[in-house]
Design a protein around this ligand. Structure first.
Ligand SMILES: [Zn+2]
Length: 94
């Protein structure tokens, strides 16, 4: 058993993530506190949307090339995808 340094609960070792840098090899936070911490971290730091926007901006050429290649290799899937996408969009706007 180990005490979580965040919520103070005493929990079984299985409730803690492994962490090589720690003396006992386990994270100081229990798993639920860790996921809560990450949720907060994501909210306070780069949001997923922001990350994706940046990624797209930085890799625009690469993504366009990948997409074009995929379209060439998967014309059928591409048509299906476009049709589904259009139908969804139409359903959303009406
Ligand atoms: Zn905890």
């Amino acid at each position: 058993m180990k005490t979580c340094n965040t919520c103070g609960d005493v929990k079984p070792f299985a409730e803690f993530h492994r962490c090589k840098s720690k003396a006992d090899g386990l994270s100081g936070r229990c798993k639920s506190c860790q996921s809560e911490y990450y949720r907060e971290w994501r909210k306070n730091n780069a949001s997923r949307a922001e990350y994706e926007r940046k990624y797209r901006a930085e890799n625009a050429e690469h993504l366009t090339a990948v997409h074009a290649k995929w379209q060439r290799e998967n014309p059928e899937k591409c048509r299906t995808y476009t049709a589904t996408h259009r139908a969804k969009k139409r359903a959303a706007t009406v």
